[in-house]
Design a protein around this ligand. Structure first.
Ligand SMILES: *[C@@H]1O[C@H](CO)[C@@H](O)[C@H](O)[C@H]1NC(C)=O
Ligand SMILES: *[C@@H]1O[C@H](CO)[C@@H](O)[C@H](O)[C@H]1NC(C)=O
Ligand SMILES: *[C@@H]1O[C@H](CO)[C@@H](O)[C@H](O)[C@H]1NC(C)=O
Ligand SMILES: *[C@@H]1O[C@H](CO)[C@@H](O)[C@H](O)[C@H]1NC(C)=O
Ligand SMILES: *[C@@H]1O[C@H](CO)[C@@H](O)[C@H](O)[C@H]1NC(C)=O
Ligand SMILES: *[C@@H]1O[C@H](CO)[C@@H](O)[C@H](O)[C@H]1NC(C)=O
Ligand SMILES: *[C@@H]1O[C@H](CO)[C@@H](O)[C@H](O)[C@H]1NC(C)=O
Length: 387
């Protein structure tokens, strides 16, 4: 059985100065993009057509630091360092699209640079500080000093009012001073399953990964805006051509409420004949929301039951409404998704197996998935949802 392990917890985007795509200056309504620590005249449009503003009018605390690193993208070349004595430092983020009960993606970008502004307290060389959204604990940041990977932390939240407070704090009074390179807001349409889950559970979602699986070797290392209108960062998992099912045909997206970029659904990883997806280093015994994305792009699969598989999580059937049959459900070259909520085990691991039925002539497959942790103060009984 083909097996793919995922342990990367955050979307780490290797710095690239190369242009992903070149588009005109088409600033998208509702995007707020703050370049922290940059000077007040530094408002600019980047290579993706996104307009950046300095945080100088939003934040009077902290120190603006210019990194000495060369050959890094402009947005991470400055940071704001909160080395004062306040217990926390908050940005009040807003734009014309933020209203009470709206859903938003909140993104923090953290990049210590090769020559960070100070040395971490802990001799293990990691900076540690914490992030808070409104009153909710978001995530404890742990980032290695000298790492030239920029870390992006995404959360999906529901606005409690017409602005969102994003705060940074030391973990202990004596702990590392927080620092931040960029803060972003992106509106999320309420057609997404994730927004329904936030409503049902009264939780917010910490995004651990948007994964584009089954990408050809020549494919991009990630996909984001403008291919993804919501500006999610999809990390590529490349595979040899022999393990892929690919098409150049148009994918019918009218069946997709999740607003996926079409190119993500044009390539799938195929199993042999099953597929195993496993994660380690998750928080133990915590509810996670996972959504799998599919599109039947193999022209030889042209009847119901030809690619038929069940999904199990730790031996338990996730697809209890019946096996996945993408062709039977939406036809060829059309988007299909399958959400589920499961709990990580006591060791912080989670594993899914995709097992074809005995009469399935084609192997299991997968085009993409999202992995989120549900966070919030209320207790929640894990449930499974199948579509
Ligand atoms: C690719 O397919 C081969 C043979 O079917 C299998 O052994 C291998 O594990 C697959 N690789 C991936 C990355 O799925
Ligand atoms: C700068 O980065 C680009 C893209 O990563 C790379 O191709 C180039 O060699 C780098 N230049 C220097 C001077 O390091
Ligand atoms: C904060 O850091 C800046 C830049 O390194 C430094 O100039 C300043 O003295 C520091 N402030 C405190 C309170 O440590
Ligand atoms: C935050 O920003 C919003 C919108 O600009 C404003 O209405 C609100 O008063 C601000 N809140 C604080 C605490 O500054
Ligand atoms: C979420 O709940 C709010 C208020 O309770 C409601 O207005 C909204 O339509 C709901 N959205 C979704 C996507 O269920
Ligand atoms: C399905 O594909 C096979 C193999 O290409 C072909 O022989 C058959 O005619 C197709 N059936 C339909 C209903 O299109
Ligand atoms: C394949 O097997 C399943 C269960 O064993 C059965 O429900 C289904 O009808 C079969 N499909 C075909 C096309 O024979």
């Amino acid at each position: 059985m083909a097996s793919v392990s995922f342990s990367a917890l955050f979307l780490s985007v290797i710095l690239q100065t190369a242009l992903l795509c070149s588009i005109g200056s088409s600033q998208t309504t509702g995007f707020t993009s703050i370049d922290c620590g940059s000077d007040s005249v530094s408002n600019y449009i980047d290579e993706n057509g996104i307009q950046w503003l300095s945080d100088s009018n939003l934040m009077s605390e902290g120190t603006s630091v210019v990194l000495s690193d060369t050959n890094i993208s402009r947005v991470v070349s400055t940071m704001r360092l909160f080395n004062g004595s306040q217990s926390k430092y908050c940005y009040n983020l807003s734009n014309s699209a933020v209203r009470t009960d709206d859903f938003l993606l909140v993104r923090a970008t953290i990049f210590p640079g090769v020559n960070p502004p100070y040395s971490p307290r802990n001799p293990d060389g990691y900076f540690r500080f914490t992030m808070i959204i409104d009153a909710d604990q978001w995530w404890d940041v742990k980032v290695r000093s000298g790492d030239d990977t920029r870390l992006t932390y995404d959360a999906y939240v529901r606005a409690k009012r017409s602005h969102i407070d994003v705060c940074f704090a030391r973990i202990t009074p004596n702990g590392d001073a927080p620092f931040i390179s960029a803060l972003e807001l992106r509106p999320l349409p309420n057609t997404l399953t994730s927004t329904t889950i936030m409503n049902l559970t009264d939780r917010f979602l910490v995004c651990l990964e948007h994964a584009n699986v089954g990408v050809p070797q020549s494919g991009p290392s990630y996909v984001r805006f403008p291919d993804d209108t919501l500006d999610r960062y999809w990390t590529s998992y490349k595979a040899p051509d022999s393990n892929l099912s690919s098409t150049q045909e148009t994918i019918k997206m009218s069946t997709d409420s999740e607003k996926l970029p079409e190119k993500i659904l044009q390539n799938s990883l195929t199993g042999s004949p099953g597929l195993t997806l496993s994660w380690t280093e998750l928080e133990a015994d915590v509810a996670h929301y996972v959504q799998f994305y599919f599109s039947e792009v193999d022209p030889f699969v042209n009847a119901s039951g030809m690619r038929l598989f069940n999904i199990f999580q730790s031996g338990e059937l996730v697809t209890f409404d019946g096996p996945v049959d993408v062709f039977a459900t939406v036809g060829a070259n059309a988007a299909f998704s399958c959400p589920t909520i499961v709990t990580s085990n006591a060791a912080g691991a989670m594993e899914f197996t995709f097992t074809p039925l005995a009469n399935s002539t084609f192997p299991a497959f997968l085009a993409a998935f999202d992995l989120f942790q549900l966070r919030g103060s209320n207790s929640l009984t894990p449930t499974s949802i199948s579509e």
